[in-house]
Design a binder for this molecule. Sequence first.
Ligand code: SF4
Length: 371
Amino acid sequence: MEKTGIYVHIPFCVRKCAYCDFASFANREEDMPRYVEALCREIRTRAEKTGKIPVDTVFFGGGTPSLLPPALFEKIAETLRECFCLDADAEFTVESNPGTLTEELARTMKKCGVNRLSMGMQCAQRHLLKSLGRIHGMEDVVSAAAIAREAGIERLNLDLMLGLPGQTKEDMAETLEQALQLHPDHISCYALIVEDGTPLKERLEKGEITLPGDELDREMYEMCRETLEKHGFHQYEISNFALDECECRHNVNCWRYHPYLGFGSAAHSFYGGERRANPSDMDAYLAGEAPETERISEEDAMFEYVMLGLRLTRGISLRAFEERFHSSFDSVYGERLQEAFKDGRLVREGDHIRLSVHGMDVMNSVLVALL
Ligand code: SF4
């Protein structure tokens, strides 16, 4: 039986980064106790319906979960353990913003079963971090990694960004080198997305800053891929690289269409054939506004299953598709995907179909064919 993952959203940040349109809020620390109260209530209410189901991954994201005072962190973790049956070897990840992780919180996290820290390093250059509005410098990344290791949190992911205003290939090379010196077992490389309504977009529109452009972005992405592969990391998803056995199980399970429960403002759930989205506004969440829910039709479920599975470099298993939907993949999608197989965007290998390297670059064209 597929086990369930749990996502917990912590929407607090020290200050808003220039590119961020996530559901996160600065200067709201005084609301933390009230928020954690509401979060624990939501966890209990949901568990009354689901029962004490088995859970194999927990992921605290945000926002900045490492801003939580240790006592509040512990309260959430204890509530989860009371309400659900966490595997003894559950993967338990907490996102952290460098410069916010204290020794006390790291020790509390370890005590609560956290075994993986995911840190938003982004890049190694102070001037680039500053232009992103990040609060940290590289020295904070180094000290947070040391604090986590000292506390006994074994696994480390570093998030890196490419395509930043003013970023050069030399900057990217230096970022990769400094990241690797911290011995992470997982690295994510994300391209900057310029979102409407952010200060970054405004500065771009005013011509105050410029982006590296598609060609340079692609070269930096290739550099990430080659450098990381040289250091023993394998790419298992468009943006994710891991040492052997160190893939992020929580995210892999989401891409494999396993169920997950999300708690907190802006958290999404996929459980029992239903999607549920909590209000993204923290005040609406605190006021008890109901989540939006949607039943997923069989047709949508098939599309989502393939769309998510194709993000993984190993792709999707045709047998697993058939077992789940009681229809063969070819009878549903064979005709629609003929072109993509013919021009090499999709590859069939034994029981699996996957995107080729070129197919990953033009994934949207494959998804359009699925519709
Ligand atoms: S730390 Fe993350 S969530 Fe918070 S403002 Fe910056 S990018 Fe957004």
